[in-house]
Design a protein around this ligand. Structure first.
Ligand code: UGA
Length: 383
């Protein structure tokens, strides 16, 4: 696998061994005689934040000769509203009668295989009854609520869902900041809020802000669509702004933990990926903070069980204890479960300072205090 995703390597190996999965060097060759062709190509952000559908459109044009009557071209990539219609026009111009269906995915990194087999819902966007039936047959073995709707609505479900998740994370981060200000415990507060079944407890974990290849990019792309249509999405705008504030707030916390100065401070980072269970560092809050510490003149030594940063400034080490050697502050920036299991007496002996700043509230404060270290979490009363 070119990236780490639990269970994926085994699944791919199984597909190849059973002769159900094959790879081809040419898009056309892979498409030939297929009924369902899934486009899952990147839609990178353009200069204004909007999603660039250039690759989707180019591949659709390339495949058109192989897409005959009855074929369905599935748009799995996250594409702005109206892309299905544009791709349909591209196929028609090239003489293909195939139907374009919007079928957004809701997989999260780190749990993608599990999410695929147990989806929260299946969304199928098409006005063509036969194409809808083909798609329903494709997913017949998956047990999930199904929404068959028009292509534009399906496209917007994807962006709306990610925007809502982003708003929840930003809400949790603001509540956590308020908890610190008033002396409340964000864990308890958000637990109590989430116990209301109308609200639910997920996506309310405070942290260093939402990152990854989806929430930041998709909220920006949705804002670009909203602006294009003169229909501002003020709440989504606020979620994005709060996320930027959260980065600055976390940097202030690191500086404070280092005694008010980052220049020449030695900061150890545990975690660089944008979340646990993934080696992805795209828009990773952990990596952004490590780089900000470097920019402020600090030294960073980092450990992550999977992520390999491409930057040469960050010294990445192969063991968590090596990262904390001589460190003034240990910042836990990604919630890998192994961090909570570390030997904190050993950490105490290896560090120069005594502060652990747990940006994910993933450690056990008592264990850390017993080891003679000072624990600081997010949204906890400040001592
Ligand atoms: C997200 C969505 O969860 C998926 O449903 C969607 O399919 C995917 O984007 C996509 O568009 O492809 P993903 O980017 O893998 O999935 O990451 P999430 O698990 O949603 O986490 C996003 C960010 O929010 C991470 O940085 C995470 O640490 C942060 N987060 C999440 C919090 O800070 N607190 C929370 O309570 C939850």
């Amino acid at each position: 696998m070119p990236f780490y995703e639990p269970g994926l390597a085994e699944l791919v190996a199984e597909g190849i061994a059973e002769g159900r999965l094959s790879f081809h060097g040419s898009n056309l060759e892979a498409t030939f005689e297929s009924t369902v062709v899934v486009l899952a190509v990147p839609t990178p952000p353009g200069a204004d934040g909007s999603a660039d559908t250039g690759i989707v459109e180019a591949v659709a044009a390339e495949l058109a000769p192989a897409l005959g009557a009855g074929a369905v071209l599935v748009l799995k990539s996250t594409v702005p509203v109206g892309t299905s219609d544009r791709v349909t026009a591209i196929l028609r111009d090239a003489g293909s009668p195939a139907v374009v269906v919007s079928n957004p995915e809701f997989l999260a990194e780190g749990t993608a295989v599990e999410d695929f087999f147990h989806p929260s819902r299946i969304v199928i966007g098409t006005d063509d009854e036969e194409a809808a039936k083909t798609m329903l047959r494709l997913y017949v073995h998956l047990d999930a609520p199904t929404l068959v709707t028009d292509p534009r609505s399906a496209e917007l479900v994807k962006y709306g869902a990610n925007a809502h998740l982003a708003m929840r994370v930003s809400f949790a981060n603001e509540i956590a900041a308020l908890c610190e200000a008033v002396g409340a415990d964000a864990h308890q507060v958000l637990l109590g809020i989430g116990q209301d079944p109308r609200i639910g407890g997920t996506y309310l974990r405070p942290g260093p802000g939402f990152g990854g290849s989806c929430l930041p990019k998709d909220t920006r792309a949705l804002l670009a669509t909203a602006a294009d249509h003169g229909q501002p999405l003020t709440m989504v705008q606020a979620a994005v702004a709060v996320n930027g504030d959260q980065h600055r707030r976390m940097l202030r916390r690191i500086r404070h933990a280092a005694g008010g100065r980052l220049a020449d401070a030695r900061i150890a980072f545990w975690g660089l990926s944008f979340k646990a269970g993934s080696d992805d560092i795209r828009e990773s809050p952990a990596l952004a903070l490590a780089e900000a510490v470097l920019d402020a003149g600090g030294e960073v030594t980092a450990y992550d069980p999977k992520a390999m940063p491409v930057t040469d400034h960050i010294r990445r080490v192969a063991h968590p204890m090596e990262a904390v050697k001589g460190a003034d502050v240990l910042v836990v920036a990604t919630a890998w479960p192994e961090f909570a299991e570390a030997d904190f007496t050993e950490v105490h002996d290896a560090m120069r300072g005594t502060t652990i700043l747990d940006l994910r509230n993933t450690l056990h404060p008592n264990t850390i205090q017993t080891a003679g270290l000072t624990y600081q979490g997010i949204g906890k009363p400040q001592r």
